[in-house]
Write a protein that binds this ligand. Structure first.
Ligand SMILES: Nc1ncnc2c1ncn2[C@@H]1O[C@H](COP(=O)(O)OP(=O)(O)O)[C@@H](O)[C@H]1O
Ligand SMILES: [Mg+2]
Length: 336
């Protein structure tokens, strides 16, 4: 991580509400609060892990940053060496420069690569689309990218079906790197892969991060995926952040009961490392009809009256450690 702690991306009070339309007239019957007042920064050169159960809004945050979706409200500010880009305010024609600076690695390397394109075409396409390089340089650049991600460049003209899942994800990574981005959003980059392959891809991401000075937003429903590669971790629950801290701090000293519950579910080789087992009960709250008070209260084993009535906001509880819990000061939660 760079010493200057310079902020690359700033997300402020970000909201995305999807309309729920029903009936023949498709009248709006409500809204899904997929992302509801989320704020965080990503520092240049760091990996910020974004975790939470399925449906809590992680992918929507990623899509808003890449402007694949327009926010309902809030600001997303990208600070480059020479200028600031206010992503939420960019017009469609201003999006091309953003593509050069921020790229996505997809979840499913089987579904995300066009089966009719060769590796050369898949990796080279962003370069051609953005007219970054003379065509004469294209093969050399694709070979360079293949080397970087550990793919044999003799396979330049093969199709995706000839590769294993892990190799396909390497193709996806090479494609994301093609334009030399500053920020990579990796949305569940290893969820579709065998556990034995997951570590290889995570190691690759970490190696190229050093080499290319990349900044990552690493999205995963699985805390063990973010543990080894993230500098900091943000925990999301029903459209809101509930905790954000340095990785070691959040794993050892969680301050939100939801984080504690997620940590209990992280597999450990030695059960001695685990203070107790405890399974989170109940269902995730409905983002179209969230409960009163703290959205987690009906699943929280520490909830008291205030938790079901008073809304809760993120507060700084220690240096760099933020949590949204009414009881964070009197609870002593268990980490790993
Ligand atoms: N395009 C969309 N239209 C309507 N609802 C959506 C859309 N995309 C996501 N949602 C809803 O927003 C919520 C958050 O989804 P998502 O960001 O995909 O969660 P995650 O990535 O954490 O699993 C879910 O309730 C999902 O059903
Ligand atoms: Mg998702």
């Amino acid at each position: 991580m760079s010493a200057d702690n310079q902020i690359l991306l700033s997300v402020r009070r970000l909201k995305k509400y999807f309309p729920i339309k029903k009936g023949l007239l498709r009248r709006e019957k409500g809204q899904v609060r997929a992302v509801d007042d989320v704020s965080f920064d990503i520092r240049r050169g760091e990996t910020l892990g974004l975790v939470g159960e399925s449906g809590c809004g992680k992918s929507t945050v990623g899509k808003l940053i890449l402007r694949a979706l327009k926010p309902t409200a809030g600001e997303i500010i990208f600070t480059l060496d020479d200028r600031q880009m206010r992503i939420n305010e960019l017009s469609d024609t201003e999006l091309r420069p953003l593509r050069r600076h921020a790229q996505l690695i997809f979840q499913d390397p089987y579904a995300s690569l066009n089966p009719r394109m060769t590796v050369r075409e898949i990796i080279g396409e962003p370069i051609l689309v953005n007219r970054e390089t003379q065509i004469a340089d294209l093969d050399a650049r694709v070979v360079e990218l293949m080397d970087l991600v550990g793919l044999d460049s003799r396979y330049l003209r093969r199709y995706p079906h000839a590769f294993s899942g892990g190799q396909r994800q390497r193709i996806g990574v090479a494609r994301a790197l093609a334009l030399n981005p500053d920020l990579i959003i990796a949305d569940e980059p290893v969820s579709a892969l065998d556990v034995s392959i997951q570590a290889q891809i995570l190691n690759l991401l970490s190696d190229i991060q050093q080499e290319l000075e990349l900044t990552y937003l690493l999205i995963s429903h699985d805390l063990s995926v973010v543990e080894y590669v993230s500098n900091r971790v943000a925990v999301m629950y029903v459209g809101k952040l509930v905790e954000l801290a340095d990785t070691e701090e959040i794993f050892r000293h969680p301050r939100h009961p939801y984080t504690e519950a997620l940590l209990m579910a992280v597999p450990r080789i030695s059960e001695r490392d685990r203070p107790e087992t405890y399974t989170l009960s109940g269902n995730v709250a409905d983002p179209a009809n969230p409960p009163s008070g703290c959205y987690f209260h009906h699943r929280c084993r520490y909830a008291t009256d205030i938790c079901s009535t008073k809304p809760v906001v993120m507060k700084q509880v220690a240096n760099g450690h933020q949590v949204a819990c009414h009881r964070s000061r009197d609870l002593s939660l268990k980490g790993l």
